[in-house]
Design a protein around this ligand. Structure first.
Ligand code: HEC
Length: 150
């Protein structure tokens, strides 16, 4: 029994790294998935942006809820960039696959910055939220400048 369990465990370990790539049956599905996550992320970033710019009154719970959605969405798109998925209806640049490390680093930078925004949102300090939000915006822009076509 013990031996069988360890065999199952090692098979599982072998299979998991491939799962991310194999999750999408069609390239179009991956494109749709990542664009959806990015779109939802963008909507909630926009809502926080309105508060940061003073267009909407600051409501701690609302900002926390928006940041929670952003944090979840910021994890999702990156496993949905299979090689060659710069299809006609995608703005992904081929550089994503030429400079994979740089692209990965940009996605990790975003998630780290969103983590800091989350801490700021929980603190209820609008000044800290503004600072952290600025860094998140820089992360979005840096990656778009390099890896998203106009
Ligand atoms: C690591 C790179 C990267 C980061 C970081 C990044 N994006 Fe993007 N984003 C892309 C790429 C690439 C596309 C184009 C995807 C496609 O069309 O296949 C895109 C597309 C989008 C879209 C369009 C989605 C649609 O409807 O097609 C929105 C909105 C968006 N990003 C918002 C943001 C916001 C807001 C941030 C920061 C909070 C951000 N992105 C951070 C790479 C990034």
């Amino acid at each position: 029994m013990k031996r069988m369990l360890s065999v199952i465990a090692s098979i599982t370990l072998l299979v998991i790294p491939f799962a991310a790539q194999a999750q999408f049956a069609k390239v179009e599905d991956a494109v749709k998935y990542r664009q959806s996550a990015l779109s939802i992320m963008g909507t909630h970033v926009g809502r926080i942006g309105a508060v940061v710019k003073g267009e909407k009154p600051y409501d701690k719970a609302a900002v926390e809820a928006d940041v929670a959605v952003v944090a979840m969405m910021a994890k999702l798109p990156w496993s949905a960039f299979p090689a060659g998925s710069d299809t006609a209806n995608s703005k992904a640049k081929p550089d994503i696959w030429k400079e994979q490390d740089k692209f990965k680093a940009a996605s990790e930078k975003l998630q780290a910055d969103v983590g800091k925004l989350s801490v700021a949102a929980n603190s209820g300090d609008l000044g800290a939220i503004k600072t952290a939000f600025g860094a998140v915006g820089q992360s979005c822009k840096a990656c778009h400048d390099n890896f998203r076509s106009k």
